[in-house]
Design a protein around this ligand. Structure first.
Ligand SMILES: Cc1cc2nc3c(=O)[nH]c(=O)nc-3n(C[C@H](O)[C@H](O)[C@H](O)COP(=O)(O)OP(=O)(O)OC[C@H]3O[C@@H](n4cnc5c(N)ncnc54)[C@H](O)[C@@H]3O)c2cc1C
Length: 597
């Protein structure tokens, strides 16, 4: 029988094999499998029934959720061997006729292994949540089937009450689910674990084949499942990835990196767009540092393309170099000053202030009111949603001006872009057998079911503490990416728009990456209040709230708070790497203080 199921996607289908009738299965399994039908085809193969008919057959029906129930029936008085051969033949034909070729096996009974060995699932789950196998009590050959299924399974699901018994089994991925509890949450977690198991199989190159997993040898020692991950790392950006890499490669720790986004790299993530141009999803990321240690550390994972960043600012209808230099002043005022003369010019326009309290005071005292208004005020208003007169002096501690014609935006010792992009660099960092990466996952979905010892947390600190003292404000950005059918869009990598338009700047990526292409991709940045958290808003009240969260963090044993979101602090990429390397040193020199299960 060929089924008419519209729900066919690339998501592997689920084939559950049980020795129960679908109508009699535990309500929890029923809930979980029924819910899966919204995403994929789900087949439930029941225990065989024996009849007086001469030939074996499968009776197929669908319940109201679309789940397909398969009931095998066979002639009476067959030997065990013939039963398994007939079932294998019937089920293989059923798979062929219904194009079931991308699927996972969800075994609720070890017996089913005897007639499904020939098939090639994407992953194998052994679910003994509702039926506790106790090896001593089960007869042969069931015992052999059970041993076999443990060696095949990517995941084993057990119920709370069976924890002790199951710890005697040799399996590294046993997950305990409470027997009661929130069915939706269990469903979400199980789906994450399944996705993870499939990804892990691919990562480990098990070739998707049953045969390949058959060769898996369970470890000789009893595995204490509580020790599976030494570190749960929340966030796959610079902060999380550096610490994961160090812990795995230098200390042999088992690390699980979880990110709620669908990619690694955090805000530094880059990818090829539809036209094949390498772009930075979250706006331009220019690498620059004075730290030799940071540069050498990252150089293990990437080659570099030397790159000096340049920025122009759109002022009074002209595009002028920023930071302000000799050319900026000459072009803006139609003059022809030399370096000495422009130094005198700066001296004349500065407006010394008795008290420097705000960012406005800092800028005006260094470049005067006119240049402040033309270049800085509007830009800061867009960026922060606040006038510089409302921002603390620490936000702009110094305005860089030059009396020469140096057009570089940064003057750091090391200025370069990863030759093949940031994402490829992150892939190399995380490509270690001790590191597993789980994407599309908020850590709260899995923290209770995947065992870990200590956590490195790089998400927002207020979220970690359930916003106990309120939400910490961030400035966000809407990125509008475009591709144009021309080789060059603008005369500089980045152009600032302090005074006109709603966007604050436009970036053309090919300048940054050096890529050659007959089209070009750009991004407009529209700063806004709502959206992903990008820039902590530096106001004293916010700092006070952060300090309260920090006090909680300081008393949270076994969790390290790292990076720009967990420290509510704007950090450049190199600063994140430097900070992460320091935290790694702290982790290795601190005895493990907490244990989570
Ligand atoms: C627009 C913009 C431009 C920038 N340009 C530059 C530049 O040119 N040069 C420079 O040096 N720096 C730049 N930066 C700064 C740079 O992005 C940061 O220094 C760096 O990305 C911070 O790394 P991180 O790992 O601390 O945080 P992130 O990169 O933000 O990584 C944190 C990760 O944690 C994940 N996460 C959060 N909560 C959870 C959760 N509950 N569960 C699971 N995962 C979670 C997030 O999805 C995220 O991927 C720029 C930043 C922005 C916003």
């Amino acid at each position: 029988m060929v089924l008419d199921c519209s729900c066919t996607t690339l998501t592997p289908e689920i084939v559950c094999l049980s020795d129960m009738r679908w109508n009699c299965v535990h309500p929890r399994l029923k809930h979980i499998l029924s819910r899966c039908t919204s995403q994929r085809r789900v087949f439930f193969i029941e225990e065989v029934i024996f009849t007086n008919q001469l030939m074996g057959r499968l009776d197929i029906s669908q319940d109201k959720t679309g789940l397909v129930v398969v009931i095998p029936s066979l002639p009476k008085q067959l030997s065990d061997e013939d039963i398994n051969l007939d079932l294998q033949r019937l089920i293989s034909a059923f798979f062929r006729e219904n194009s079931i070729d991308n699927y996972i096996f969800w075994y609720c009974t070890p017996k089913a292994i005897a007639f499904t060995r020939n098939l090639q699932p994407q992953a194998v789950i052994y679910d003994c949540m509702d039926e506790l196998p106790t090896i001593k009590s089960i007869p042969s050959p069931l015992q052999e089937y059970e041993t076999e299924i443990f060696s095949l399974a990517d995941l084993v699901f057990i119920a709370e009450q069976s924890t002790q018994a199951m710890q005697a089994h040799h399996h590294p991925n046993i997950y305990v689910f409470p027997s009661g509890g929130d069915g939706d949450r269990i469903w979400t977690t199980m789906m994450k674990l399944i996705d993870f198991a499939i990804t892990t199989r691919h990562q480990e190159g098990t070739n998707n084949s049953h045969q390949a997993t058959l060769s898996y040898k369970p470890p000789n020692k009893v595995v204490n499942t509580d020790l599976v991950f030494d570190y749960l790392i929340v966030g796959a950006g610079f902060s999380g990835s550096v610490i994961a890499e160090r812990l795995a490669s230098q200390c042999g720790k088992r690390v699980l990196v979880v990110d709620k986004r669908n990619h690694i790299g955090g805000n530094a993530y880059d990818h090829y767009d539809n036209s094949g141009i390498l772009i930075h999803k979250y706006g331009p990321h220019i690498f620059h540092t004075n730290s030799r240690q940071v540069f050498e550390y990252l150089s293990q994972f990437t080659q570099w393309r030397p790159y000096q960043h340049r920025v122009l600012s759109s002022v009074d209808g002209q595009l002028l170099p920023i930071p302000i230099n000799l050319d900026t002043i000459n072009k803006l005022y139609g003059m022809n000053l030399n370096s000495f003369e422009v130094e005198e010019f700066f001296k004349c326009i500065t407006e010394p202030k008795e008290y420097i309290r705000t960012s406005e005071d800092v800028i005006v005292s260094q470049v005067g009111e006119e240049l402040y208004q033309k270049f800085f005020q509007g830009y800061a208003c867009k960026k922060w949603g606040l006038d510089p007169s409302q921002l603390d002096k620490s936000v702009v501690s110094r305005v860089s001006t030059r009396t020469n014609r140096d057009h570089r935006y940064f003057t750091d010792t090391y200025q370069a872009m990863p030759l093949h992009g940031y994402t490829q660099m992150f892939e190399k960092m995380l490509n270690h057998p001790n590191i597993k990466v789980m994407l599309n996952t908020d850590y709260r979905e899995i923290e209770q079911v995947i065992p870990w010892r200590e956590m490195v947390y790089t998400g927002t600190i207020d979220q970690f503490f359930d916003y106990r003292y309120g939400k910490l404000p961030y400035r966000s950005i809407k990125f509008q990416h475009e591709t144009h059918n021309i080789p060059v869009f603008q005369p500089a990598p980045v152009i600032h728009y302090p005074n006109e338009h709603l966007y604050s700047r436009v970036t053309e990526f090919k300048y940054l990456t050096g890529q050659e292409h007959n089209k070009t991709s750009i991004v407009y940045e529209f700063p806004q209040a709502e959206g992903d958290p990008y820039y902590p808003i530096p106001l004293p009240d916010h700092k006070k709230v952060y300090q309260k969260y920090k006090a909680l963090a300081d008393h949270t044993r076994g969790v390290y708070f790292v990076g720009r979101l967990a420290n509510y602090q704007y950090l450049n990429m190199d600063e994140c790497v430097g900070q992460a390397l320091l935290v790694y040193q702290k982790i290795v020199s601190t005895p493990v203080t907490a244990f989570h299960d």
